[in-house]
Design a protein around this ligand. Sequence first.
Ligand code: F6P
Length: 326
Amino acid sequence: MDKIAILCSGGDVSGMNPAIKRFVEYSFAKGLEPYFIHGGFEGLIDGHITPATYPDVAGIITRGGTKIKSSRSPRFHEARYRTLAANNLKAQGIDKLIVLGGDGSFRGMELFYHEHQIAFCGIPSTIDNDINGTDYCLGVNTALEVIKNAIDSIRDTASSFRRAFVIETMGRNCGYLALVSAITSGAELCLIPEMNLNIEDYKGCFESQIRKGRDYFIVIVSEALQNSHAVSQWFEQELGVESRVSVLGHIQRGGNPSVYDRLMAYQFTTYAIDALLEGKTHSIICYTKSHFSFKSIDEVALNSYQLDKELLALGHEQFAPSQCQM
Ligand code: F6P
């Protein structure tokens, strides 16, 4: 029987466990022998590889995180450790690998493949939604649901006082989570690196809104800007509105995987295993304009992600200073 292994790398997402479950079940269905690599590339380097069984994945579909654990692996940046990793796979007779991870993990896989030619398929998995070549990364929908619930709850308390709430979302350098959350939660302002807005430009408009009765503000800020506290102070000093910062943090990565992420996990994993069985050796399964397609690791890993132009246009339409209603 051909042997296939799966690993999770980088920030975990809700959707990894459903993908791991599908991996085990579909591997057996296809006559493959499935293996787990525990602890991402760190575990691969250290040889933490075990056979996977049905009981291992029973009940995990409802859980966030990853049963087989993840890691960020500085060692995998070094060629000698990638050689150790490749030798561990070869020693077990594993010649097919599924990698759930983000762009950093895929850059590592790009090197690994070119050095050791072990066939793999990558599944884009990061709440940041910042992988070039795919519109959707596993875990994003669940993260957006968590953020939506958090903002809705904060709105309850914001509206009970006269306060501005500056809510900081994750996303690393990418404003996707912040922008989608701001549009869909009725925020007054959204600050992300891709839009380059100057808060001073809203002063007159917000003053006018306050005079007409607005008594609270919801502002969504991407962590990339690192200015949540400065924005909060601006509301206090320039507008005289008491302000609080709420950094949502790692709650955005956890929680019960949404229906959408369970379905995407199922489909991504099925496509990834099929790709390896069809002889694809170094591809990423992408989801673009509602269709699945394979892209080469070089195309995905060596280019940086740009926020979708149509989404960005919506952001400008909603949040540009000229759109602020006095
Ligand atoms: O890449 C996912 C992510 O959650 C980013 O949004 C965030 O900047 C980072 O990981 C946090 O990393 P860590 O969990 O290592 O603190």
